[in-house]
Design a protein around this ligand. Structure first.
Ligand SMILES: NC(=O)c1ccc[n+]([C@@H]2O[C@H](COP(=O)([O-])OP(=O)(O)OC[C@H]3O[C@@H](n4cnc5c(N)ncnc54)[C@H](OP(=O)(O)O)[C@@H]3O)[C@@H](O)[C@H]2O)c1
Length: 288
């Protein structure tokens, strides 16, 4: 694996070095993240291409499928190459209608960690995020029981590092009062910038911020300003959106999702685009 050529360089999640350009595996499951992919071999090919390109950070969860994405990762990549880090989440299950009911009591958190270990074929998980809130976003709730359980599992040697996801700044602070975190994974992109303050405060603390839906998720980012900047730079709007995130703050790690090898290659190539002051000024108005 060559990590030198990827846009953005690397970042340290505790003692784990990852490429800032990572890969989010959620889109590999079936429609609405339920069931198997339509193209099983195509899904394996995307994962293998990610590693070939030098990506060393893959984001996943047993909630994807459920259990589909983790098993695909294992099938495609196990035994895992040296230096590849798989980041997973616990804290939500799936129901038969595709909902994401919370699973944050101590027993469910423990079960979730063991299930991830089994499905990924690992003895220790590199990084586990506690996924909070619901599909509408972060919600006020205490993280003490669930995050305290993750901290116990970390002390037991089953997890190297911890993070939180879909969290308010208050929940980030509450988690940090229990155990150190190395990342926060929240919804953020050019058009949705609620976490600007949180990103800056995490950057000061050396904690990574990992935006989910960097390309808009299920509804691709659309904006006249984004299209105009992309046209001027002869780039795609996706490339501009990813390049903007890399330039927004050094603690931002990318995990764009795709089920297509072509899109994966395009995204890696496009994220290295250099945005000038004028471009940034125009783009910065989108989410405000
Ligand atoms: N913590 C949480 O609660 C949470 C929630 C959601 C997601 N996540 C994580 O965040 C990751 C990223 O989110 P996401 O995958 O949902 O959304 P995303 O990265 O914002 O966008 C993915 C969508 O963009 C499309 N796409 C990607 N590259 C493209 C390109 N070059 N040209 C055209 N279309 C392109 C994909 O379609 P194709 O498949 O056709 O390329 C897919 O529909 C997920 O994979 C998951 O790991 C976490």
């Amino acid at each position: 694996m060559s990590t030198n050529s990827l846009p953005g360089g690397t970042w340290s999640l505790g003692d784990l070095t990852v490429t800032r350009f990572g890969y989010g595996a959620m889109q590999l499951a079936g429609p609405w993240v339920m069931g198997p992919p339509a193209d099983h071999d195509g899904a394996l090919a995307v994962l293998r291409e990610a590693v070939q390109l030098g990506i060393t950070h893959i984001d996943t969860s047993d909630a994807y499928g459920p259990e589909v994405t983790n098993r695909l990762i294992r099938e495609a990549l196990h035994p895992y190459p040296e230096g590849l880090h798989i980041v997973t989440k616990v804290g939500a299950n799936r129901d038969e209608r595709g909902g994401w009911p919370p699973a944050r009591d101590a027993e469910s958190v423990r079960r979730g960690v063991h299930q991830n270990l089994l499905n990924l074929g690992l003895e220790v998980l590199d990084l586990v995020n506690l996924r909070l809130g619901n599909a509408e976003g972060p919600q006020p709730e205490s993280v003490t029981e669930a995050f305290g359980t993750l901290a116990e599992l970390q002390r037991e040697g089953l997890i190297r590092h911890l993070g939180v996801s879909n969290a308010t700044p208050e929940q980030v602070a509450e988690a940090q009062s229990i155990a150190p975190i190395v990342c926060v994974q929240n919804l953020y992109n050019l058009a949705f910038r609620q976490d600007d303050g949180l990103i800056d405060s995490l950057a000061e603390q050396g904690v990574a911020y990992v935006p989910f839906f960097p390309l808009g998720g299920f509804s691709p980012l659309q904006s006249a300003a984004l299209s105009a900047v992309a046209a001027r730079l002869e780039a795609t709007p996706m490339s501009v959106a990813l390049a903007w995130l890399l330039q927004r703050s050094p603690n931002i790690l990318l995990i764009p999702g795709t089920s297509s090898v072509t899109h994966l290659r395009e995204n890696v190539a496009g994220a290295g685009l250099q945005l000038g002051e004028d471009d940034l000024a125009e783009l910065n108005k989108i989410g405000l």
